[in-house]
Design a protein around this ligand. Sequence first.
Ligand SMILES: *Cc1c(COP(=O)(O)O)cnc(C)c1O
Length: 355
Amino acid sequence: MGNWRDNLRNIEPYVPGEQPDFKDMIKLNTNENPYPPSPKVMSTLNSFNSDTLRLYPDTNSKLLVDALAEYYKVDSEQVFVGVGSDDVLAIAFMSFFNSNKPILFPDITYSFYNVWAELFGIPYERPELDDDFKIKTEDYYRENGGVVIANPNAPTGVLQDEKFLRDIIEHNRDVVVIIDEAYIDFGGQSALFLTKEYDNVLVIGTYSKSRSLAGMRIGYAFGNKELISAMNDVRFSYNSYPMTRLSVALGAAAIKDDKYFKETTQKIINTREWTKKELKRLGFKFENSMTNFIFVAHDNVRADKIFDKLRKKHIFVRYFNVPRIDNYLRISIGTDKEMEYFISELEKILESDIM
Ligand SMILES: *Cc1c(COP(=O)(O)O)cnc(C)c1O
């Protein structure tokens, strides 16, 4: 028997939400956008020349980088693109977190951060959020190797303001502060402008939620050109052609349709506010989400029980069986019709349970 198993990498991977495949399902479990991508994406797809797929893509993804730079009014040298923001975040971790001091992020946040830290051997600490799921800024005044903040936070939906971000950044000028803005387009204000004031701030965004392109895998980051250049060096040290020709073309097309983008995000915001009222009426409590999901707990009925009963009806929401949040459900915002159906089925479940 060979001993090759002694050298296997043992790591507990990130667990994404399930992708069930039922015709009649209502899928509110992975914060996808319920609306299709912009019609400009469709027309770009229809006229896409498949012959070009013989050739490697542009290693710098210039078309996409330039489109993002133009839309967000920054220099192209301040833009990094990757295969979803998961890829962008992983590269940022590798590029910036090389100290022996622990990086800091909250105990309740995107559950991929600790997985990357483990994978790359980065020490980390997770200061606890307070009982309202807010960050206690003092926790981030201590010496550290870097800071990661999702704003709004996931899965809580809590948005923190500019004053809060400035406080965190001012106390952490010696390390890179990453602000993950996966959900910023649903009612928040991007911290992009802070990357111009502070050379140690990296702001990360994604096409997966507000731009309806989760299936295409496109993410991006903004920061001063030294940060971006360090990330590109890391990126080109293990993959020189990350972005496909198709993702570059569709990503550039999507960003040019601002009207559609604003219409669909506004629709989701309106549906979210309606859903909040209904959930309140049904006895749920939650923080004021500024994302495309709501993180809720019920006064009388356990979250896992509701989760199972919804699942039997092919309504999928997200349940995290981890301390502090094991009585919560994360409900993504679908179309009005989906949310009306969801609420009516939820109401039936609660009634049957209370009897
Ligand atoms: C969804 C999400 C991401 C990853 O999105 P991609 O699909 O990889 O672009 C990153 N951070 C947070 C907080 C998210 O919720």
